[in-house]
Write a protein that binds this ligand. Structure first.
Ligand code: PLP
Length: 387
C-alpha cells in the first residue's frame, strides 16, 4: 500500500503536471482526453482502489487534513477561465493588493464525495453548487466558471485525492471550491484577474456534538445579513462578522447561533453556516429566501424529499415567537447534513424539542444520506458516480 502510493507520487513529481492531468483523466475513465504513452503507470498494479491515506478514520472531525492535490484555473480580463490543472496541494502566492485580500472579493462552496462499497466516489448535486457559485459571482462582480468547468474541477480534485476519501460510513471527502479576485487593485473596483481553486479534506461530523442535538442561541445584537446585502450568496465576507456571535455563544455552552432579521429583530433567518427548519404536526416550515439567507443545496433537497414523503412544506416568514410552539427543529447544510436541534435559548428562555430515533429529522437524515451514499435508489439524478 505504501509502495504503490509512493510510486504514484514519484510518477507525478517526475512529470509535468499537464501530462499528469490528462493521464489521470484517462486512467479514471471519465475525461475525454486521449490516453498518453504513460497510461500504463495508472493501471491497478500501480495505483489501486484499495489504497488509503494513513488517517485515523474513526476520529475524524471537521478540521483540515491537507491532501495531495488542488485544482487551479485562472481568468484574465476577457472573463473566460482558461484550462485549469491539478498541482500539489500547498500554499499559493498572491499579490499583497489582491482584490480578495483587500476588499473581500471571494466566494466559497462546499460539497462532499462519499466512498461507496464498490470503491467508486459519489458526488451529490455538484451542478447545484456550480449554480450557487454563479449566482454569487454575479452579485460580487466576478466572472465564474461554467457549470461544466466547475463540476469537472470537483471531479478531478476528488479523484486525485481519492486515497483521502474515508471508508464508507466513516466520513466524507469534503471538497472546497473557492473563487477569488487575485489580480491587484488599489482603488475600489473589481479585481482584474480571478482564480478558481478547489481543494479537499476528509471530514467527519461538523459539530463536536457529533450526532447529538444542538443547543442554539438566538442572537439579537449581532446580525448576519441585511436587506440588499449579500446574505443570499456564499461570499467569504459574510463569515468573519459572525465569529463574534459564535464565540460569545460557544463560551456560554451553546453549539451555534440562530440569527434574526436585522430590520425587525423578530424573524428567523438561519444559523451561522446552515439553514433552519421547524416542524409542527405534519407541516415543515423554513424561512423563505428574501435576499438575506442562502437557499442552500441541502435546504432545497430536503424540501423535495419531505414533499415526496408526503409532508407539507412551507417557505415563509417565521417569527421567533413561533419557537415556543413547535415540535421539532433541525438545521441543514452540506457540512452539517441534517443536525437535530435539542434546544433554543431566546432572551434567557430555553425551549426544548423532540429529537431521537422517532423524530422527523432522523427520517429525513436517513433518506438524504441514503441517497448520498448510494444506498437508496436515486430517482432524481442527484448523484454522480466517478471513478
Ligand atoms: C453553506 C451554507 C449553508 C448551507 O448550504 P448548502 O448548499 O446546503 O451547503 C447555509 N447557510 C449558510 C450561511 C451557508 O454558508
Amino acid at each position: 500500500m505504501i509502495q504503490t502510493s509512493a510510486g504514484f507520487r514519484g510518477l507525478v513529481q517526475s512529470q509535468r503536471l499537464g501530462s499528469f492531468q490528462s493521464k489521470l483523466g484517462a486512467c479514471y475513465n471519465y475525461a475525454s482526453g486521449a490516453a498518453s504513452s504513460l497510461q500504463h503507470a495508472c493501471e491497478p498494479s500501480t495505483y489501486s482502489d484499495g489504497d488509503y491515506a494513513d488517517v485515523d478514520w474513526d476520529n475524524l472531525g471537521f478540521g483540515l487534513l491537507p491532501t495531495d492535490y488542488m485544482y487551479r484555473m485562472k481568468c484574465f480580463k476577457d472573463g473566460k477561465f482558461e484550462q485549469g490543472q491539478l498541482s500539489r496541494y500547498g500554499n499559493i502566492e498572491l499579490s499583497p493588493s489582491a482584490g480578495v485580500l483587500n476588499y473581500g472579493q471571494g466566494l466559497f462552496e462546499g460539497t462532499k464525495a462519499y466512498r461507496k462499497e464498490n470503491g467508486c466516489l459519489l458526488l451529490f448535486r455538484p451542478d447545484q453548487n456550480a449554480i450557487q457559485m454563479k449566482i454569487g459571482a454575479e452579485r460580487m462582480c466576478m466572472p465564474s466558471p461554467s457549470i461544466d468547468q466547475f463540476v469537472d474541477a470537483v471531479k478531478q480534485t476528488a479523484l486525485a485525492n481519492k486515497r483521502w476519501a474515508p471508508p464508507p460510513g466513516k466520513g466524507t471527502l469534503y471538497i472546497r471550491p473557492l473563487l477569488m479576485g487575485t489580480g491587484p487593485v488599489l482603488g475600489l473596483a473589481p479585481a482584474p484577474e480571478y482564480t478558481f481553486l478547489v481543494y479537499a479534506s476528509p471530514v467527519g461530523n461538523y459539530f463536536k456534538e457529533g450526532l447529538a442535538p444542538l443547543n442554539l442561541y438566538v442572537e439579537d445584537e449581532y446580525h448576519r445579513a441585511s436587506r440588499g446585502g449579500a446574505g443570499c450568496v456564499k461570499t467569504i465576507s459574510n463569515y468573519a462578522p459572525v465569529l463574534k456571535a459564535i464565540t460569545k455563544a460557544k463560551n456560554r455552552g451553546f453549539s451555534d447561533v440562530l440569527y434574526l432579521d436585522s430590520l425587525n429583530k423578530k424573524y428567523l433567518e438561519e444559523v451561522s453556516s446552515c439553514n433552519i427548519f421547524i416542524v409542527k404536526g405534519n407541516v415543515i416550515s423554513t424561512p423563505a429566501t428574501n435576499g438575506t439567507i442562502l437557499s442552500g443545496v441541502t435546504r432545497k433537497s430536503i424540501i423535495e424529499i419531505a414533499q415526496d414523503l408526503g409532508y407539507e412544506v412551507e417557505e415563509r416568514v417565521i417569527s421567533v415567537d413561533e419557537l415556543v410552539n413547535v415540535d421539532e427543529v433541525f438545521c441543514t447544510g452540506t457540512a452539517v447534513v441534517i443536525a437535530p436541534v435539542g434546544s433554543i435559548t431566546y432572551q434567557d428562555k430555553r425551549i426544548e424539542y423532540r429529537t431521537g430515533a422517532y423524530s422527523l429529522s432522523r427520517k429525513l437524515y436517513s433518506t438524504l444520506v441514503g441517497i448520498q451514499m448510494g444506498l437508496i435508489e436515486d430517482k432524481k439524478g442527484w448523484t454522480l458516480e466517478i471513478r
